[in-house]
Write a protein that binds this ligand. Structure first.
Ligand SMILES: Cc1ncc(COP(=O)(O)O)c(C=O)c1O
Length: 268
């Protein structure tokens, strides 16, 4: 069974001079497909377009990219499809060759077996000591330079945790390793305010709903001590509650359960 397409053809590898490999000169999207459908596709596509406009990497036809994804996401199953769009090969070190075409890589992964349990029971989370730089013009984009996340993931694994809270270098909470966050303080549901991190499409979907009230505010580590609940959100895993943060137990709130139901009704 085909697990990877490069420029629309089954392949196992890309050339060693691919600029995505050499410089992280690439963008990517990780997309949930249920029964060949991806309800969040338009938001993934918009973010990919935004990134490609900034970086000057040519995007393929939307219909062609979606057709690649559907080849790897057959009817009747749930899978995760990763789309990577690299600047392709060529150029002189950092200087790209504008005449060389971009390269599209589409890969499929099995649906994670422990996701349902994590949604139900929640996550064990630590505070990462790895911090994110602020003020990057790449903030919000899903580009392929993800070394800070790799550092935080190593901390998380060493602590045998499921996820980590990641702050920026000014002490503001940004996100989890591979997800955005909503911090609950009683009646308030707060998206941490920072100019780093990835603008997640899962969070964007929730925020756009008129029946959901969210505010954006700066959240510090000290603020988390008075949080009544924390939700970890990304477009694939949906909404997972935090059940333990640095050893402190947290309840799963009614709001979290209600938003989880909304998610599974519309997006699964
Ligand atoms: C660093 C980071 N932040 C946030 C997210 C959430 O993004 P999305 O909701 O688009 O999946 C991800 C997703 O993988 C991520 O890697």
């Amino acid at each position: 069974m085909t697990r990877c397409l490069v420029d629309g053809r089954p392949a196992e590898s890309v050339p060693a001079d691919d600029r995505g490999l050499l410089y992280g000169d690439a963008l990517f999207e990780t997309i949930a497909f249920h029964d060949s459908r991806a309800p969040l596709w338009p938001l993934h596509w918009q973010r990919l377009k935004r990134g490609s406009d900034l970086l000057g990497i040519e995007v393929p036809e939307q219909s062609m990219l979606l057709a690649d994804c559907r080849r790897l996401a057959p009817p009747g199953c749930a899978v995760i499809v990763r789309v990577s769009l690299t600047r392709g090969s060529g150029g002189r070190a950092y200087f790209p060759d504008p005449a060389r075409p971009a390269r599209r890589i589409v890969q499929v992964r099995d649906w994670p077996v422990d996701l349902d349990r994590q949604r139900r029971e929640g996550l064990v989370v630590i505070t990462a000591s790895t911090t994110l730089a602020t003020g990057s013009m790449l903030a919000g984009l899903k580009h392929a330079n993800r070394l800070e996340q790799v550092l935080a993931a190593q901390e998380c694994a060493a602590a045998d945790a499921d996820e980590a809270m990641v702050f920026d270098n000014q002490g503001a909470l940004v996100e989890a390793i591979a997800a955005n966050l909503i911090v609950e303080f009683g009646t308030r549901a707060v998206i941490p305010l920072s100019d780093s991190g990835v603008a997640g499409v899962g969070l964007a979907w929730l925020e756009a709903r008129s029946d959901i009230e969210l505010e954006r505010a700066r959240v510090t580590r000290a603020d988390l001590d008075s949080a009544s609940g924390i939700m970890v959100i990304n477009s694939v895993a949906g909404i997972r509650p935090v059940r333990q943060l640095d050893g402190r137990r947290l309840d799963v709130t009614d709001r979290c359960r209600a938003w989880q139901r909304l998610w599974s009704h519309h997006l699964s």
